[in-house]
Design a protein around this ligand. Structure first.
Ligand code: CMX
Length: 137
């Protein structure tokens, strides 16, 4: 079972330009930025209740987010669900023949273990499962 929506990822061309909307217009609490080298993105988190908005800015032309921006422009990129045991969830999905991008957990922001399902497996919505690390709620 997924426990909550961990975050909603939003692709942006520039965190600096996009951040004021979330911070000043929506009055969300800015939690900081982080580079996730493995995913070729810089991320900025804004707290909203028990979840977060994650702004995603590509750090390289071959970043998945750069490709998304080229094709679709800025906008909602993925939804991430918090799970208690990511390895177990991936095993369950594999047993159900659900198409995965990541067959095993990878390192995400905030020392979180993450894995993506393919958008073709989830009705066109890129879906991430994540298991909190020590600094994530
Ligand atoms: N949401 C919904 N659909 C998406 C999508 C997204 N974010 N990204 C790509 N797609 C769709 C495309 O529109 C395309 O659909 P059509 O075939 O109907 O045109 C299809 O998926 C294939 O897309 P593509 O542009 O050819 O790109 P790739 O296949 O090379 O890559 C994907 C797509 C999802 C496999 C790749 O982006 C990926 O591995 N993503 C997971 C990693 C990631 O996104 N990391 C960044 C965030 C990291 C973080 O949050 O820490």
């Amino acid at each position: 079972m997924s426990e909550k929506i961990s975050h909603i990822g939003i692709a942006v061309t520039s965190i600096e330009e996009a951040a004021p909307f979330y911070r000043d217009v929506l009055s969300m609490e800015f939690e900081g930025t982080e580079v996730v080298a493995e995913q070729k993105v810089k991320v900025a988190f804004f707290a909203i209740g028990e979840s977060r908005i994650e702004l995603l800015e590509p750090t390289a032309p071959d970043s998945p987010v750069a490709k998304f921006l080229e094709k679709h422009g800025p906008g909602v990129h993925h939804i991430a669900y918090e799970v208690a045991d990511l390895e177990q969830r991936l095993a369950q999905l594999k047993a159900k023949d659900i198409r995965l991008i990541d067959e095993s957990p990878r390192m995400g922001a905030h020392k979180t273990q993450i894995a993506f399902m393919h958008p073709k497996a989830s009705g066109g919505v890129l879906t991430e499962l994540c298991q909190s690390g020590e600094h994530s709620s």
